[in-house]
Design a protein around this ligand. Structure first.
Ligand code: P6P
Length: 351
């Protein structure tokens, strides 16, 4: 029957977030309203990213001409000929406007903005959001999946919002997630009690719960690193990768999978297991990935899914950033695989 084609017990992200809220009777719904604005931002960026391909197809001078305007809760965007705006700049505008218009944020840190954004008092709320609006955007032209990454802190104390409120260790985050713009649009979210994945149904314009309670396999068969940096790796990283390729205990070698877009590499690691690493090297002693809006949100998700995340020195979520665009080396993924890396770094410590 046609009726059978449609499941009627769909769990949307909106319902899911409201269910979570109902577990906190004291909650006034601010967090749910904030999350709904982040979801809105993801929907518009998803549409813009898809249109980008189309824009190229219909030959708009090879640039992406998608303009988005926020009118309060709704957003109008259209393909237009005059202003040439790059997708990562546009995505940043969409998220900044969505977050400010939510009336629930006080400080925003974006990969696209050198300085933190302090929200004007009339629109100020109690949450601080750190985000990379379009991570991996250099991969757009070849159609590789890219994504938005975000983390949410609560203002440290009810007073004035200060930069210290976003220089908190990742373990203080209330929530973190990413939205991957690929063959489908998938939003993976944790609000501190597990990890859930939602897929955008474009016909409904809703994110539907498709990956409930994601748990990363305890050990994986994949390692994910840019081997092109091998000549600059330190000892423990080099030893770990060597072990992946030439295991001494007769176990099969691991497969190398590296997409070069963090959201895509982390999403595969979360679902299939294994380890993703962006280590320090002689050229970049703090690695490449940014602490606040790449390392912390992905580490938060990994721990919530039963995995772990290590910087080469400490648990990633224990790191206390000093600057909002600080970088850190990162080794994240299956619990046992990261344990092996920690043991190699500990052995070097002792040596
Ligand atoms: P590399 C994309 O530019 C990015 O910021 C992450 O998404 C990705 O994991 C990393 O850099 C890739 O860096 O040096 O391997 O090209």
């Amino acid at each position: 029957h046609a009726a059978d084609a449609f499941r009627t017990d769909l769990m949307t992200i909106t319902k899911f977030v409201l269910n979570e809220q109902s577990k906190h009777p004291e909650s006034r719904g601010d967090f749910s309203i904030l999350l709904s604005h982040i979801v809105l931002g993801c929907k518009f960026v998803c549409a813009a990213v898809n249109k980008a391909g189309l824009a190229k197809l219909i030959g708009l001078a090879g640039e992406t001409n998608v303009q988005a305007m926020f009118y309060n809760f709704t957003c109008v965007f259209w393909l237009q000929g005059e202003e040439q705006k790059k997708l990562d700049v546009l995505s940043n505008e969409v998220f900044v406007k969505a977050l400010v218009s939510s009336g629930r944020t006080c400080i925003l840190v974006s990969e696209e903005d050198e300085e933190a954004i302090f929200v004007e008092p009339s629109k100020r709320g109690k949450y601080c959001v750190v985000f990379d609006p379009l991570d991996g955007s250099s991969n757009i032209d070849c159609g590789v999946s890219i994504g938005t990454i975000f983390g949410i802190y609560m203002l440290k104390d009810g007073g004035e919002s200060r930069l210290e409120d976003v220089l908190q260790p990742g373990k203080n985050m209330l929530a973190a997630g990413y939205c991957m713009y690929g063959s489908s649009c998938t939003l993976v979210l944790s609000t501190g009690s597990g990890v859930n994945g939602f897929t955008l149904d474009p016909s409904l314009g809703e994110f539907i719960l498709t990956h409930p309670d994601i748990k990363i396999p305890k050990k994986g068969k994949i390692y994910s690193v840019n081997e092109g940096n091998a000549k600059n790796w330190d000892g423990p990283t080099a030893k770990f990768v060597e072990k992946c390729k030439f295991p001494k205990d007769g176990s099969p070698a691991k497969s190398l999978r590296y997409i070069g877009s963090m959201v895509a590499d982390v999403h595969r690691t979360l679902l299939y297991g294994g380890v993703f690493l962006y280590p320090a090297d002689k050229k970049s002693p703090n690695g490449k990935l940014r602490v606040l809006y790449e390392v912390f949100p992905m580490s938060f998700l990994m721990e919530q899914a039963g995995g772990q995340s290590f910087t080469g020195k400490e648990r990633a979520l224990d790191l206390v950033p000093k600057k909002i665009h600080e970088r850190s080396p990162i080794f994240l993924g299956s619990y046992d695989d990261v344990e092996e890396i920690k043991a190699l770094y500990a052995a070097e410590e002792k040596a």
